[in-house]
Design a protein around this ligand. Structure first.
Ligand SMILES: Nc1ncnc2c1ncn2[C@@H]1O[C@H](COP(=O)(O)OP(=O)(O)OP(=O)(O)O)[C@@H](O)[C@H]1O
Ligand SMILES: [Mg+2]
Length: 1007
């Protein structure tokens, strides 16, 4: 016999025998039915259950002790499957409810109904439940069968439609149970029609199969004959000749095309043709009316098996039938695997008379009895074989049968003699080749309902959960079920006098029961209890699912309606237990609320998680969380939406997804306008302004910034006003209007100092420093840069620190203090990478390139600059691209590659002219001049061109008083003058350059 898992060819998880925690099996037969003799089978003694192709099989009563139920022979001469009419006023008491102890049904007194023929040419149905020709008796399930028989009798006796749903995993015996009910508890004139669902079947497949049976439709029959019979039946059932419309609607449920069926010439149908929804409604109503009328003739049992495979429309129709059928003897019997209830949670809701039967695996004793029955022909069955088989199959009837089949196939059972002989050694070696899924299903099916309930609640939390969570969920669930009103209040858990509430660790019944169940589940290897000190929630006992696949199956097969409640309650419980929440916990909470149908609370958890992610520069994560939050925040939560849009836009902007950032800020602007939120509108405008400024579209940038300034002013938002002043100042700086730039930055700084916001003070200082730097006030520049850097380090403003390091490093580079500059750049680069700030990375790389070039490390410089260009391109930052190109041209000049230098200098000039940054235009002219001079030595025309570009550069740079760039320009212009024989000009230029550089050196060597 197989042992769990032995690493055989088919890997499978343990299928262990479940310790039976079930209450006693009172009412079940204590003894196992005697072994069955082999019964020779002939075709005319075929037992029922009939497959779908056989209409209305009617079994003669078969006592449970008789192994082979014998079907009533169907007269082949009766062509139409119509039962003998039973007057509506006198319901035919067909199957009297059979007491559980007496499996013999009480025979009905009604005359036998006409039984339709089998399909022509088909063999009598084989017994689906037989093994080697023998069907063993049903084991256990007496209560289920009796309940179902009661329901059947109620429908027939009182003309009240009933719904029976049998739910169970693969092989738990759903089909067999239904077959037993029909064979033993239905008798003519009760008619049984079957509409099984099949995998991948089409729309209305099950109903079509049922209709085939009802109208005895067979393949190969001429369509005219089928149509004639169909019409005649409709006329008869409705007692009316005018059935053309009825035929049209009912014909929707036929899978055979019949002539003149689907488009009769009716004005009513023509109108309906334009309204498919209404058409569908009427189709369903006609089906219901047909069944109700039909059932007036004689009761109907409609069996729909395997509904987990049915199409949605069939499920909808059947559900509607369950709620709307009235005043007739119809029993709908449905069977399905549990996933049906996951997919279609509304199944059975609204139906007053609904019996739901949940079939689990057999209890160990019953499973053992079943195995004995299967092996009845063996002379002796060693007890350990039985024990192992029950353990391995988990008591699943289908697997038990499979195992015996395997024994027969692989020679474990010797069938050559009168008595079969079983070989215990071979049995021990036999592995049941079930898939992992089947094995897991078997283990889950073996759970008691209460145990399963605990696991379902636990699984909501994921792979681990806490005992007190399940206790809380159970209490809350019961409290909700107790309902409102004084009665409910009395029954609700915890409704007693508040002073007497039992808080002890083991006192109160619900808690006691759950703790015991969890212990059982630990014992049975489903769960593992962690040591208290390992619990992620202090003071709570944490429990782990031992097998993840089991947890998944549990979670997957929990009914969706209950699942939503569990998720909601679990989120609430967790919230009370986790005061300080990490990002992951917030995201998890959000998911719980989301699944629990509370999108608004979910959104706020996502927002809180996103804020945390943003704060630690986990940018991609922040983008994901903000996007989720936004998708879930209702239109009415304006404030949260505004802040989410702002933050999402900022993160997107930071990582270079500028267009998306633009969308968020625009949406923020629109929303702010809708709610007349001036401050928020100002913020949106200023962010849009910055995007345009970065793209070099200064006029558009100024429009937005001015709008921002106005809105902030009207909202008396001083922080906003200061920020906008700085932003405007920066545009002036970029355009080379240093005087105006300084004015704006100083105004901003004054407001910021008054507000005492250090982060912004640093920003204004840096801006002022840059203006000083560019206009040659190096000493002042360095002072501002250092102060800004200190402030930024103090408050941990990493983006700001990178900026300040670049600013200072730039001054050191210009001053020739390369090592110092390199140190600053490498620190800046590391931080920029850490925080994922692409713009800052590009800036650092560009500066680094410039510095390395100055140090004579040309190829490294090229590498840095190319990378900086690609980042700047990615961000759409044209100003940065032009600056990098200009620097690259300078590097190539240093490396003696005048051609490349010329190309990059041209590019730098073109872009900077397009963007309109004057200082860049000026320096680009200078570098272009240098490139031309380098390539055209000895060529007078080229020298003339170079001179022209130098003159242009000096004009621009002197005009805007950019001293540093001017000094650089003077110096190389002087070199050209030497070459073209203008020594006096050269000397003059050199002197001016030296004067400026002298000032610079003093400034950079402050400390
Ligand atoms: N209680 C039982 N006693 C004896 N045999 C049983 C019992 N339950 C099921 N069986 C046998 O086990 C086999 C599987 O049962 P059945 O086909 O009814 O399972 P099912 O639940 O319909 O499975 P599926 O989901 O695959 O349709 C059948 O041969 C059936 O006769
Ligand atoms: Mg079945």
């Amino acid at each position: 016999m197989p042992r769990p898992p032995t690493g055989g060819p088919v890997p499978r998880p343990e299928v262990r025998r479940r310790p039976s925690t079930a209450p006693g099996l009172a009412g079940r037969p204590a003894t196992i039915p005697p072994p069955l003799p082999p019964i020779p089978r002939t075709s005319d003694s075929a037992p029922v259950p009939a497959p779908a192709s056989s209409p209305a099989p009617v079994a003669a009563p078969a006592p449970a002790s008789s192994p082979v139920p014998v079907a009533a022979p169907a007269p082949a001469s009766s062509p139409v499957p119509v039962a003998a009419p039973a007057p509506a006023s006198s319901p035919v008491p067909v199957a009297a409810p059979a007491p559980a102890s007496s499996p013999v049904p009480v025979a009905a007194s009604a005359p036998p109904a006409a039984v339709p023929p089998r399909r022509i040419g088909t063999a009598p149905p084989a017994d689906l439940f037989a093994l080697r020709g023998v069907r063993i008796p049903l084991v256990g399930r007496e209560r289920e069968l009796a309940d179902m028989a009661d329901v059947l009798a109620r429908a027939v006796d009182f003309h009240t439609p009933q719904l029976i749903t049998v739910i169970g995993n693969q092989g738990t015996g759903k089909s067999r149970l239904i077959a037993e009910l029909i064979e033993n508890h239905t008798r003519p004139p009760v008619r049984v029609l079957r509409g099984p669902a099949v995998q991948g079947g089409g729309r209305y497949g099950p109903i079509q199969r049922l209709m085939r049976e009802r109208f005895a439709i067979v393949d190969g029959e001429p369509p005219e004959a089928t149509a004639a019979r169909f019409t005649a039946e409709c006329e008869r059932v409705f007692g009316d000749k005018r059935v053309s419309e009825v035929r049209h609607f009912l014909g929707q449920f036929l899978d055979v095309p019949l002539p003149d069926m689907h488009s009769p010439d009716s004005p009513f149908l023509r109108v309906l043709g334009e309204d498919p929804v209404r058409h569908d409604e009427i189709t369903r109503t006609v089906l219901r009316r047909f069944l109700e009328e039909d059932a007036q003739e004689s009761p109907l049992v409609l069996v729909f098996e395997d509904l987990q495979w049915a199409d949605d429309d069939t499920l909808q129709v059947l559900r509607d039938l369950g709620t709307s059928l009235g005043g007739c003897a119809i029993v709908l019997i449905a069977s399905a695997r549990p996933e049906l209830l996951v997919r279609f949670s509304e199944w059975g809701s609204g139906t007053t008379d609904h019996l739901r039967i949940d079939l689990r695996n057999l209890e160990p004793d019953d499973a053992a009895a079943m195995l004995h029955n299967l092996l009845a022909r063996c002379d002796r069955v060693p007890p350990e074989i039985v024990e192992d088989a029950v353990e391995m199959t988990g008591g699943n009837p289908h697997f038990l049968e499979q195992l015996v089949r395997l024994f027969l196939d692989n020679g474990t059972i010797d069938t050559s003699g009168e008595k079969w002989r079983i070989d215990p050694d071979r049995a021990a070696e036999t592995e049941l080749p079930i898939s992992i899924e089947e094995a897991i299903e078997a283990r889950i099916a073996a759970l008691e309902p209460e145990e399963r309930d605990v696991l379902e609640k636990g699984a909501v939390f994921g792979n681990v959960f806490w005992t007190s969570a399940v206790v809380a969920l159970t209490r809350l669930e019961r409290a909700a079920a107790a309902g409102p009103g004084p009665d409910g209040a009395r029954k609700a858990p915890g409704a007693a006098d508040a002073a007497t509430l039992d808080w002890t660790e083991s006192g109160e019944p619900i808690k006691r029961r759950i703790l015991a169940l969890i212990d059982d589940l630990v014992e049975a290897d489903y769960l593992l209890k962690l040591d208290p000190e390992d619990s992620t929630i202090a003071g709570e006992t944490e429990v782990v699912f031992k097998h993840n696949l089991e947890r998944e199956l549990i979670a997957k097969s929990t009914e969706s309606r209950r699942l939503a409640t569990y998720h909601r309650l679990a989120a609430q419980w967790l919230e009370t237990k986790l005061p300080a929440r990490s990002e992951e916990q917030l995201e998890f909470l959000a998911q719980l609320y989301e699944r629990g149908g509370e999108p608004h609370r979910a959104a706020h958890c996502y927002l809180a998680g996103a804020d945390k992610a943003m704060a630690r520069y986990a940018n991609e994560q922040a983008v994901g969380l903000y996007s989720k939050a936004l998708s879930m925040l209702g239109e009415d939560d304006a404030l949260a939406r505004l802040s989410a849009l702002h933050n999402l836009g900022s993160v997107l902007d930071l990582i270079g997804r500028t267009d998306e950032a633009h969308r968020q800020f625009s949406e923020m602007l629109r929303l702010a306008w809708l709610f007349d939120q001036k401050g928020k509108g100002g913020a949106a405008h200023s962010r849009l302004g910055r995007i345009y400024r970065r793209r070099g579209e200064y006029d558009r940038a100024m429009e937005h910034l001015r709008a921002a300034h106005e809105l902030f002013t009207r909202a008396s938002d001083r922080r906003g006003i200061a920020g906008t002043l700085d932003d405007i100042g920066k545009v002036h700086w970029l355009r080379g209007a240093y005087g105006q730039a300084l004015e704006f930055h100083r105004q901003a700084l004054a407001i910021r100092r008054a507000l005492g916001d250090r982060r912004s003070i640093a920003l204004s200082l840096a801006n002022i420093g840059r203006v000083h730097n560019d206009s040659g006030a190096f000493k002042a520049a360095c002072r501002q840069f250092r102060e800004a850097l200190d402030l930024r380090r103090d408050i941990g403003d990493l983006s700001g620190v990178v900026q300040s390091l670049c600013d200072l490093g730039g001054v050191h580079t210009a001053d020739g203090a390369y090592e110092m500059a390199l140190e600053m750049f490498s620190e800046a680069h590391k931080i920029a990478e850490d925080i994922g700030d692409k713009l800052a990375q590009s800036e650092v790389l560009s500066r680094l390139g410039e510095c390395k070039a100055a140090m004579g490390r040309g190829s490294e410089a090229v590498e840095h600059l190319l990378e900086a260009i690609s980042l700047a391109n990615l961000l759409g930052h044209k100003a940065a691209v032009s600056e990098c190109c200009r620097r690259l041209a300078e590097v190539y000049i240093g490396m003696g590659d005048a051609g490349q230098a010329y190309d990059y200098a041209r590019r730098a000039l073109a872009i900077s002219e397009e963007v309109g940054i004057r200082v860049h235009v000026g320096t680009a002219h200078r570098v272009l001049a240098e490139a031309i001079a380098a390539s055209g030595k000895g060529d007078a025309d080229q020298m003339k061109r170079a001179e022209e570009h130098f003159v242009r550069a000096v004009e621009i740079l002197a005009g805007m008083k950019n001293e540093l760039e001017l000094a650089r320009c003077y110096r190389s212009f002087a070199a050209l003058c030497d070459v073209i024989g203008k020594p006096a000009d050269a000397a003059k230029l050199r002197q001016r350059a030296e004067e400026i550089f002298g000032r610079l050196r003093g400034a950079a060597s402050i400390d």
